[in-house]
Design a protein around this ligand. Structure first.
Ligand SMILES: *Cc1c(COP(=O)(O)O)cnc(C)c1O
Length: 950
């Protein structure tokens, strides 16, 4: 046996245990199990054609060679991306720490208080700096955040505006080019008309529902938007400002202009450029929009004992509840990056941020002065970090490149220079030298930075920010390290125990896959550098596209969408463009089975489609007769079917090829939701079942960690018909021949984390990938076998097998008033994160162990589930029992009083393994309703909301 093989490290069950597990299930071999699981006619006949597997050490050497192919120039391109310093204490304790990066989205608040607290810091920081009342806990990037604001304004038009069909949205010509491209893509299917122009000439008498401005503008110029905003307000036009977060330290908060929303990116708060992402975007608005806000909001509430607790608030806005009426399709956001950006603000505090902003600004002013001394004209009279020099840009570019420097060249005679936190005096002198050489002059040396020009400006910031204690308490490394650890200890992540989340595939995120992310050769590349400086990246990105195209059995791949839901939207938009290209603009019906994930209908609406829901059978399969009837009924307007495969119930439906055929026969295309791809890789694929496009969740199937709720990557893979429409970017061309303008801000989305799936596939190779799929199916069926005597297992294939996930029915426990939440919370006492609760069936748990969990861990989980069943059986008091009171905290257990009808040991140490490895929930069960009634989503003293109720 080659013990060096990565597959042996990635896959949990040891080879000798596999035999035992197969026996327990009652099959002789893995092949037999797969035979019983997968319907005939969709199995792959050949092994995937991928490069042979390599070991971790070989991969790291290979990665190093690729990294060296990236050229790290000093880059002053700006355009929404600036080099930043990631404080080493944050790099080591959060970015490189599985306690943070392997956590799941904080649906189970009791085991997520650490990251929820960190996200609350992020929201507070954003609300303070923008001067707005509330902020969400991150969106995917600045462009999509701007598009969300446009969508929010469109949805909240006045009755009169709706009646008059007001569809115009004004876009300042100072907007970032990639933001404009994302807005264009979004506006089209909603019927919004973008009008681009100079905000100073805007005609307020015309009918517009909204407007977006950039602050400072893309040119670097700072405009006073007071009068625009107040005139817009009078005309019923809502205004969103896209603002540079660091500039807000020096500039009046946009909230003071009276705007309705402020959006932007927090990348420059310590997050690596990573050739475009991932970075956390922010969205801040007025409290009156709280029910319209896209994405996740963290809010404060109390637990069962009245202690302060944090949780996700107002979830009734979200796609998983509101579906096609949701405020956005956001599911995975950018949690890890938001945590890091928030922690950057905690570490630096208001004084530290002022120091950084001053340094950046003073550098720009000093540079401007020196270049003027050299005889150049600087075009911006007020600016924060960006100056524009009148000069022959071809000539400057030539000299700059020879000196390994990148500027931005907006026109033949303009050079734009954006400075950043990393810029040193030496860097500034190197820039001066480039311009001196171009002018044929002796260079002049800058010795000290001069004072800035903003402090006396009419827009100088006077309002305080980050006054809360958390931003003023952890400024030494020791203090911050302990604060980060204190939060980390409240959270249950994969480094503690298995997180068997159906549909979310919480598999191993191997250290060898993660290590290269810290390499500056990957981290320090701006997304808009000339592509020849990013050769290493292009080998990885092209390599990954090819790998995914092969795995899905399709024709081409786009890595641009930065979440699964964005992939859905992107995929549906390619279908839309395809129909349009054939003169079928009227094809707008999207069939979606009732069991679909909430992002499906929410994304269909974003793509301008009308959702028609099709029924499921009582076995959980698509009702083929109902589907056929609806496909035929809408045959003239059918655009697409969205189908999850294997189904959200974890079953490979045998009718899948018939289903895809019905759709094609009626003129539609088939969108396959690829969240369950972990059941397919190497044994079947979407191409084989007859789909036309799918997204993949690289943060599920392909080993990108969940990050506590992001980052994600949701590439789409398409058949040849749809390939021409894959999205591009206005600054760096990518995608198809007649592409969508842009889905995300960056050309390759979250390029940095694409290293992870690339590594995963390289190290497993075709055989390891297939084996992983088989083992994921084995692990699930093993749990099924162990639990089937104790719980009802819903749905299975025709031969009684589950696929890679299965559903445990908790509804029969209702006779003793036990709800699915009680079992979920009791699992915490046993050291486990709950499986997926109430999706796709209310009152159930969906379990997906993945291939990475060992037999010992599966057994531990099964023992816990079985013990909980026994506790349920022993219940005498329906209101006061082990399940209803779960989770039990240390505070409860050590209290002088103990008023429960069971012992402390039964509460906290019901099984022996807990005695040596106990996870303590930091709060008791959180009160969801209280928090929604008293929305509080910034850090503030607890009394304010506990009192709010009284
Ligand atoms: C996770 C998931 C999605 C959404 O993916 P995100 O990356 O979270 O946006 C869509 N469909 C299904 C079935 C999923 O499980």
């Amino acid at each position: 046996m080659n013990t060096d093989s990565f597959a042996l490290r990635h896959i949990g069950p040891r080879p000798e245990k596999v035999t035992e597990m197969l026996q327990a299930i009652g099959v002789d071999s893995l092949n037999q199990l797969i035979y019983e699981t997968l319907p005939d006619g969709i199995k792959l006949e050949k092994e995937l054609s991928l490069a042979p597997a390599i070991s971790e050490q070989e991969y790291l050497a290979h990665n190093q060679i690729l990294a060296e192919k990236n050229k790290i120039y000093k880059t002053y391109i700006g355009l929404g991306y600036s080099a930043a310093i990631l404080p080493p204490v944050i790099q080591r304790n959060i970015f490189e720490n599985p306690g943070w990066y392997t956590a799941y989205t904080p649906y189970q608040a009791e085991v997520a208080q650490g990251r929820l607290e960190a996200l609350l810091n992020f929201q507070t920081m954003v609300a303070d700096l923008t001067g707005m009342e509330i902020a969400n806990a991150s969106l995917l990037d600045e462009g999509t955040a701007a598009a969300e604001a446009m969508g929010m304004f469109f949805a909240t038009r006045s009755r009169q505006q709706k009646k008059d069909n007001v569809v115009k949205f004004f876009v300042s010509e100072e907007i970032l080019p990639q933001t404009l491209a994302v807005l264009e893509t979004r506006a089209y299917p909603l019927g919004i008309e973008l009008v681009i122009g100079n905000h100073e000439d805007f005609d307020f008498s015309e009918d517009f529902f909204g407007a977006i401005l950039q602050y400072p503008g893309t040119s670097g110029k700072i405009y006073n938007y007071h009068s625009f905003t107040s005139n817009a307000y009078k005309a019923g036009i809502k205004v969103v400002i896209a603002a540079d977060i660091l500039s807000l330290v020096k500039l009046e908060a946009p909230g003071n202009f009276g705007v309705d929303a402020v959006v932007g990116t927090t990348q420059r708060f310590g997050i690596p450029l990573g050739y475009g992402g991932p970075h956390a975007a922010y969205f801040a608005t007025k409290e009156s929009y709280k029910r319209n806000l896209p994405g996740r909001i963290i809010g404060i509430t109390k637990d069962k004992d009245g202690n302060r607790a944090v949780r996700m608030a107002l979830q009734t806005r979200e796609q998983h509840i509101k579906r096609d009426k949701a405020t956005s399709n956001i599911c995975t956001a950018q949690v890890l990056l938001a945590v890091m950006a928030g922690m950057y603000a905690v570490y630096h505090g208001p004084e530290g941020l002022k120091h950084i902003a001053n340094k950046v600004h003073n550098s720009a002013v000093s540079l401007s002065q020196k270049l003027e001394e050299l005889g150049y004209q600087q075009l911006n009279n007020t600016y924060f970090d960006t100056i524009r020099i009148k000069a022959d840009s071809t000539k400057i570019q030539e000299i700059a490149l020879a000196n390994e420097i990148n500027f931005y060249y907006p026109s033949k005679d303009t050079v734009s220079i954006t400075l950043n936190e990393t810029t040193t005096l030496e860097d500034l002198n190197n820039i001066i030298r480039v311009f001196a050489e171009a002018a044929g002059k002796e260079t002049i040396t800058l010795k000290n930075l001069t004072e800035g020009i903003l402090d006396t400006h009419e827009l100088a910031r006077t309002s305080p920010f980050l006054t809360n204690e958390v931003f003023n308490a952890y400024h030494s490394e020791t203090e911050l390290m302990r604060y980060v650890k204190k939060l980390e200890r409240k959270d249950l992540a994969l480094n503690h125990s298995m997180i068997a989340l159906g549909s979310c595939t919480m598999k191993l995120n191997a250290a060898a896959e993660m290590l290269p992310l810290s390499n500056p050769k990957w981290g320090n590349i701006h997304p808009f550098v000339p592509t020849d400086q990013a050769e290493g990246y292009h080998q990885v990105l092209k390599g990954l596209e090819d790998q995914l195209t092969e795995i899905t059995g399709f024709y081409a791949t786009s890595l641009q969408p930065n979440s699964g839901a964005q992939g859905e939207y992107a995929g549906l938009m390619t279908i839309r463009k395809y129909h349009d290209s054939r003169g079928d603009q009227h094809r707008n019906i999207c069939l979606i089975p009732s069991s679909a994930h909430g992002t499906n209908p929410a994304s269909a609406v974003m793509a301008g489609m009308k959702v028609v829901v099709t029924k499921s059978t009582d076995k959980g399969n698509i009702d083929v007769d109902d589907l056929r009837e609806k496909a035929e009924k809408y045959k003239d307007s059918l655009a697409a079917l969205m189908v999850t495969y294997p189904s959200t119930h974890g079953v490979f439906e045998s009718a899948i090829k018939e289903i895809t055929q019905i759709i094609h026969d009626n003129g539609g295309k088939v969108y396959m939701d690829g969240a369950n791809m972990n059941a397919q890789v190497g044994i079947t694929n979407p191409g084989r079942i007859g789909a036309d496009v799918c997204h993949l969740n690289l943060h599920k199937t392909f080993a990108i960690p969940h990050g506590g709720g992001g980052p994600g990557v949701g590439p789409i893979c398409v058949v040849e018909d749809l390939a021409p429409y894959l999205p591009t970017n206005p600054l760096v061309q990518t995608g198809g021949s007649t592409p969508l303008s842009a889905i995300s801000s960056a050309p390759w989305g979250s390029a940095l984390v694409c290293l992870i799936p690339y590594a995963y596939i390289r190290m497993l190779g075709a055989k390891g990938l297939k084996r992983s799929t088989q083992m994921a199916i084995l692990n699930t069926n093993y749990i099924k076998e162990r639990l089937k005597e104790h719980y009802e297992i819903l749905y299975s294939g025709e031969m009684g097998r589950a696929a890679h996930e299965m559903i445990i029915d908790i509804r029969p426990l209702k006779d003793k008033n036990i709800e699915v939440a009680d079992v979920a919370k009791r699992l915490i006492d046993y050291g486990f994160h709950a499986p997926t609760v109430s999706f796709p069936v209310a009152g159930t748990l969906m379990v997906e162990p993945t291939e990475s969990e060992s037999k010992a861990e599966l057994d531990r989980f099964c023992d816990a589930m079985i013990a909980i069943k026994a506790e349920y059986e022993a219940i005498e008091d329906e209101e006061n029992n082990l399940l209803k009171n779960a989770p039990h905290t240390q505070k409860m257990l050590t209290a002088d009083e103990w008023n429960f009808p069971y012992s402390r040991k039964q509460a906290a140490f019901p099984l022996p393994y807990l005695e040596e490895n106990k996870f303590w929930a930091s709060v008791r069960r959180v009160d969801e309703a209280f928090g929604d009634r008293n929305l509080m989503c910034t850090c503030a003293p607890i009394e304010e909301y506990i009192d709010a109720e009284e």
